[in-house]
Design a protein around this ligand. Structure first.
Ligand code: GDP
Ligand code: MG
Length: 307
């Protein structure tokens, strides 16, 4: 027998920047950000987060850029957004209670009006405004978007989030999970960051170097926005010659690696990141149990895949 049927589906999370899409997803997904493990055919323009419990699997897609006027969006972006909405069983539209309903919200709503899918509209950041204002905005939302289910939430405190989740489940079909268990990574952002750095080593350096590479995140510091997240990582290699290749002339190669990895991480987090990389030689680390342990689970996980 194949995988058991669960309540499964995809949900597009929409809203202008800073409305709380990432926060909402993080709250729903728990402490760990779950992403679909990078596969070449997976578009990463939209970030997916997977919520899974005993009876359901919900794939949440973050959709960037949709708050811009249609004529300002690139064709690629339009394509990504349409693909995400088309492929979703329902949409979650977030509105910022602190800012009220703006023209950017209207743009998002226009996208949604075109699609005949269930839409849940959640007034977010209700913890930041007085109850009276929440009431007033709810009324306005009802007038504007009365055809959609309305909620009041705080993605940050988690208030009302479970109610949204419960209602979403009502719109999702019973079917086989969209993603088999082994394709769901349940990793911390630290681990994902280290993998994205390692991935760039593979993509950018064609010689034998990548197989001797381990990446350890030495520091991962989330600071108050707008400060970037600070990530310091060490790339361990086995030989001096490999270190030379990774760093490149005038450090150009390492810089290129760092920039590409940083952009990938920023895309996932939807936040600015400051990424610092070091390269160190650790002779024969792949054969040394102690060093493997010292480098942590990142290496042991990887060696599991290498078989
Ligand atoms: P996104 O651009 O839509 O992904 O927005 P984020 O999730 O990154 O949130 C933008 C900012 O708003 C962050 O500083 C969040 O901490 C904050 N934020 C999001 N949701 C809430 C909320 O419900 N209450 C409060 N007080 N802050 C929130
Ligand atoms: Mg975000």
């Amino acid at each position: 027998m194949g995988t058991a049927e669960l309540i499964c589906g995809a949900v597009a999370v929409l809203g202008k920047p800073n409305v709380g899409k990432s926060t909402f997803m993080n709250t729903v997904l728990g402490q760990k950000i779950a992403i679909v493990s990078p596969r070449p055919q997976t578009t990463r323009a939209a970030m997916a987060g997977i919520y899974q419990d005993d009876a359901s699997q919900i794939v949440f897609y973050d959709t960037p850029g949709i708050h811009q006027p249609h004529n300002k969006l690139s064709q690629t972006m339009i394509h990504v957004v349409e693909e995400v909405i088309d492929g979703s069983d329902a949409a979650l539209f977030l509105v910022d209670a602190k800012e009220g309903i703006t023209s950017e919200d209207q743009l998002v709503a226009e996208w949604l009006q075109k699609y005949k899918k269930p839409v849940l509209c959640a007034l977010n950041k209700t913890d930041l405004v007085p109850a009276g204002r929440v009431q007033e905005l709810s009324g306005k939302l009802k007038e504007e978007y009365g055809q959609w289910l309305l909620f009041r939430v705080s993605a940050k405190t988690g208030h009302g989030v479970n109610e949204v989740l419960a209602q979403l489940k009502r719109f999702l079909p019973k079917q086989e999970p969209l993603f088999p268990e082994d394709e769901i990574t349940d990793k911390t952002m630290r681990e994902i960051a280290s993998e994205l750095v390692r991935e760039q080593c593979f993509l950018q350096i064609k010689q034998e170097v990548p197989y001797g590479v381990a990446v350890v995140i030495d520091k991962y510091e989330e600071r108050e926005e707008p400060n970037p997240i600070l990530i310091q990582a060490t790339i361990y290699v086995e030989k001096d010659s490999q270190k030379g290749i990774l760093i490149g002339a005038q450090g150009k190669q390492l810089k290129a690696l760092g920039t590409a990895a940083r952009l990938e991480i920023e895309k996932l987090l939807d936040r600015k990141v400051f990424l610092e990389l070091w390269v160190k030689v650790l002779k024969n680390w792949r054969k040394d149990e102690d060093i493997l342990k010292r480098l942590g689970y990142i290496v042991s996980k990887k060696s599991k895949h290498e078989k």
